[in-house]
Design a protein around this ligand. Structure first.
Ligand code: PLP
Length: 387
């Protein structure tokens, strides 16, 4: 089954087969923290559950198959995945990262690893020459996130990967926003893909998790060592939930993208909307790259409402179908205000430089009826205009 090349089939079957002891069609949740040995060192592949757990192993195989990787290593959150991956570096090593990486990723780079002697330079990676210019002989890793959050800029993965390869740096892509359904970074030359499985991969807003995937055998071995040594592992129940969520990832992404494309085009024609940012719109400066690099432009839209913070606040207080909350990628539609919510910890000057102004709103388009989502936004926009 797992030798299919179709992601729809892999999402359901990769790494999985009916349980040999009972025939159970779905992967059992194995809760045991330790596994019986026939004699010292004579075990069935499992000893202690931090080191390996059958439910987690199954999830790791399925995720790796979806990204076309030989190895997948799961963690208790996207941040734990990133932190463990960064522990492959040494003091004195240098990282080049995109300028609007996820806030938590910036915090790890700036507040956790910089004090340990691992410096990061942030550049606008839509400019490949700027990436090249920021690299030094000490640069060991390029950290790419595309589409970016919340400005939905796109980074040319193949071009940045080529620059990284030439400079001897490991190229990592945070593929959380796109998922393997829309873009597969390893096939574009990246060395490593990471995800917050909290978002689209689980897809139901009821798990926090992360994963790192690679086909570099030596790096995978080091990651396995660090997964066990550091111990930021996901629990078996969470692994089961993500595995279950993955089965519908292909159909969910299809609907997320279809509704988002329709809502993005519609939003542009609504009074009080100053600007809509969506990689599938002709007005997006990187529409051509979106067409080339992504199977579809995704389920996330950002837009600017006229009237700044008061108007944006009224809009977010009026929605009834959209839920005002951080995060993204779930079945339910979410709406948030980046300047106050997800990007509140970014200094105002940096926010301004990135274009995150007070009228900017980000939505994660869920799976509800498109008509209900548009009607909800229509009423909220009317409330925003009345401020
Ligand atoms: C949410 C997110 C993370 C962090 O993942 P957690 O599971 O919240 O720790 C990293 N990168 C991106 C792009 C995210 O959206």
């Amino acid at each position: 089954m797992a030798d299919s090349t179709h992601l729809e089939t892999l999402a359901i079957h990769a790494g999985q087969s009916p349980d040999p002891t009972s025939g159970a069609v779905m992967t059992p949740i194995v809760l045991a923290s330790t596994f019986a040995q026939d004699g010292p060192g004579k075990h069935k592949g499992f000893e202690y559950a931090r080191t390996g757990n059958p439910t987690r192993n199954t999830l790791e195989r399925c995720l790796a198959a979806l990204e076309g990787a030989d190895h997948g290593v799961c963690f208790s959150s996207g941040c734990a995945a990133m932190t463990t991956l960064l522990h492959t570096l040494r003091p004195g090593d240098h990282i080049v990262a995109s300028d609007d990486v996820y806030g938590g990723s910036f915090r790890i780079l700036d507040k956790v690893f910089r004090p340990l002697g691992i410096e990061t330079t942030q550049v606008d990676m839509t400019d490949v020459a700027a990436v090249e210019a920021a690299m030094t002989p000490a640069t060991k890793m390029l950290w790419v996130e595309t589409p970016t959050n919340p400005m939905l800029k796109l980074i040319d993965i193949a071009a940045v990967a080529a620059v990284g390869k030439a400079g001897g740096a490991t190229v990592v892509v945070d593929n959380t926003f796109a998922t393997p359904m829309l873009q597969r970074p390893l096939s574009l030359g990246a060395d490593v893909v990471m995800h917050s499985t909290t978002k689209y991969l689980n897809g139901h807003s009821d798990v926090v998790g992360g994963v790192v995937m690679t086909s570099d055998a030596a790096l995978a071995e080091r990651l396995r060592f660090l997964q066990n040594a550091i111990g930021a592992i996901p629990g078996p129940f969470d692994c089961y939930l993500v595995l279950r969520g993955l089965k519908t990832l292909p159909v969910r992404m299809e609907r997320h993208c279809k509704s988002a494309a329709s809502i993005a085009a519609w939003l542009g024609a609504q009074p009080g909307v100053e600007r809509v940012i969506y990689p599938g719109l002709a007005s997006h400066p990187q529409k051509a790259l979106a067409d080339r690099q992504m199977a579809a432009p995704g389920g996330m839209i950002s837009f600017v409402v006229a009237g700044g913070l008061p108007a944006a606040s009224a809009l977010l207080a009026t929605v009834k179908v959209f839920v005002c909350a951080e995060s993204l990628g779930g079945v339910e539609s979410l709406i948030e205000h980046p300047a106050i919510m997800t990007h509140g910890s970014v200094p105002p000057e940096a926010r301004a430089a990135l274009g995150i102004d007070d009228g900017l709103i980000r939505i994660s388009v869920g799976l509800e009826a498109e008509a209900d989502l548009k009607a909800d936004l229509e009423a909220a926009l009317a409330a925003a205009r009345a401020v």
